[in-house]
Design a protein around this ligand. Structure first.
Ligand code: GDP
Ligand code: GDP
Length: 438
């Protein structure tokens, strides 16, 4: 459940994201309106020889709020040291050792964690030989490979799996519990909210043995519901964070999300939506979890209009338009019950199936009402099926996927949402060519 984390660090352009993509594999194309998300995926689950782990490309965590006294790569390396179980330190075999590599090596050399030195762009035998010069960095064995053509990547993965920590015990979560991760920038009120939720009259609270190191998990019971709260707040107090808080916020938010059904994305009403909030929201969306936006500290803004505020938030993070916005004051205990109820509803929607018959009826009606054609060709839906839930994933087989303009797919999504309350959950629509028309 708490999968080990493997981080790739290294100078820009050595090939980190190329290796990341090769290891995590290309995911099936997901057609969705990703306005507002314009970056690459930097975080994904991977598996090799039956061992599961999570890969992170630290080069992809680009932030505005980097401490000007530190260089960004150094911060990334520090994050990897603090958070990861195995570190892949990547260098470029075509350039040889550079001062930038030496800086990172200095930092990693003191680590007690396994560091694998990956000499990338070793596309052929000659370059593989050249890569031996990286011994000078003093970081241990060299793994020459080519992220681009795949050469020796399997060998590296064998080594990664060997270096992973032993599989730990799964935390003893109650079976049907809904897991809620409370995520957000520092100081938005996450701890206060957790306390307010735990202090609710309806809540009966107990600790979970086996709770993981980077978040504090608590079980509570409300009526018939069991809930696990995954709190990412306490961790901020743990480290040598200095000026790079956001790296940790982001990283820990994504890790917490991994074991959650629903994310409560907490923002500070008084501050409004900041870039850091947008990033956290982007990750929640990308993780495919149910989402609720919690506008906390509403006591400081009680003059304002909730509806207007919610609209403004949705405009700033349009990719989360399915996420309900709730208003709380953790200090005054306002809106807490509603926030938890909304999260529970979102979690239920996240797991909700539609029958194949119903689904096909909705989509056929949608196409009949608003037919779509491009360059004289009609777009036709042959049939659709719900292939998965959490999040609900619908495969739509069509006559010609090239005709599936994203705005039309969006229209189909909205038609489904009109009939089934999928509030709080992303829907994934996958467009495929119907077989007989190949
Ligand atoms: P990052 O900045 O470290 O994430 O680097 P990228 O993954 O974006 O790669 C930088 C450049 O190096 C791109 O042009 C890649 O195509 C190229 N590249 C990555 N891996 C290899 C490799 O194994 N061999 C060669 N020849 N080029 C590579
Ligand atoms: P975290 O870092 O996200 O866990 O935030 P904390 O829960 O530690 O709260 C940060 C600060 O905001 C503390 O001083 C809290 O007292 C304050 N705070 C939290 N919730 C509220 C709220 O609803 N209203 C007001 N006015 N202050 C709050």
């Amino acid at each position: 459940m708490d999968k080990p984390l493997v981080a790739i660090v290294g100078r820009p352009n050595v090939g980190k994201s190329t290796l990341f993509n090769r290891i995590v594999g290309r995911r099936i194309a997901i057609v969705e309106d990703t306005a507002g998300i314009t970056r690459d995926r930097i975080y994904a689950e991977a598996e090799w020889n039956g061992r599961e782990f999570v890969m992170i490309d630290t080069g992809g965590i680009l932030l505005n709020e980097v401490d000007p006294l530190k260089n960004e790569v150094t911060i990334q390396a520090q994050v990897a040291l603090d958070e990861a179980d195995v570190i892949l330190f990547m260098v470029d075999a075509t350039t040889g050792v550079t001062p930038g590599d030496e800086d990172i090596a200095d930092q990693l050399r003191t680590s007690s964690k396994p560091v694998l030195l990956v000499a990338n762009k070793a596309d052929n035998d000659v370059r593989e030989q050249d890569a031996m010069e990286f011994f000078a960095l003093g970081v241990g064995d060299i793994h020459p490979l080519s992220a681009l053509n795949g050469r020796a990547v399997a060998d590296l993965l064998d080594e990664v799996v060997k270096a992973l920590p032993e599989e730990g015990k799964e935390p003893a979560y109650p079976e049907d519990a809904i897991r809620i991760a409370i995520i957000g920038r520092p100081n938005v009120g996450k701890s206060s909210l957790v306390n307010a939720i735990l202090g609710e009259k309806r809540a009966i609270v107990s600790d979970i043995p086996g709770t993981t190191r980077d978040a504090v998990d608590t079980v509570l019971r409300r009526g018939d519901d069991e809930i696990v709260l995954i709190d990412t707040a306490g961790i901020r107090k743990s480290g040598k964070i200095q000026g790079s808080v956001e790296y940790y916020t982001v990283l820990r938010a994504v890790r917490a999300m991994e074991r959650a059904d629903v994310a409560m994305i907490v923002i500070d009403a008084f501050d409004g939506l900041r870039d850091g909030d947008k990033r956290v929201a982007g990750f929640a969306h990308e993780a495919g979890r149910a989402c609720v936006i919690v506008v906390n500290k509403w006591d400081l803004c009680s003059e304002e209009d909730m509806r207007e505020f919610a609209e403004k938030v949705h405009k700033q993070i349009p990719f989360l338009d399915y996420a309900p916005v709730v208003f709380t004051s953790a200090v005054e205990g306002m809106g807490i019950t509603d926030a938890v109820d909304t999260a529970m509803d979102a979690a239920a929607n996240h797991a909700m199936r539609i029958s194949t018959g119903e689904l096909n009826r909705i989509l056929q009606d949608a196409v009949d009402e608003h037919p779509y054609s491009r360059k004289g060709k009609d777009f036709r839906v042959r049939y659709a099926t719900m292939s998965d839930v959490k999040p609900p994933t619908i495969v739509i087989f069509v006559n010609n996927p090239d005709l599936a303009h994203f705005s039309y797919v969006r229209y189909l999504e909205n038609r489904i949402r009109r009939e089934y309350s999928y509030e709080g959950t992303p829907l994934r629509l996958i467009i495929r060519r119907a077989k007989k028309e190949r």
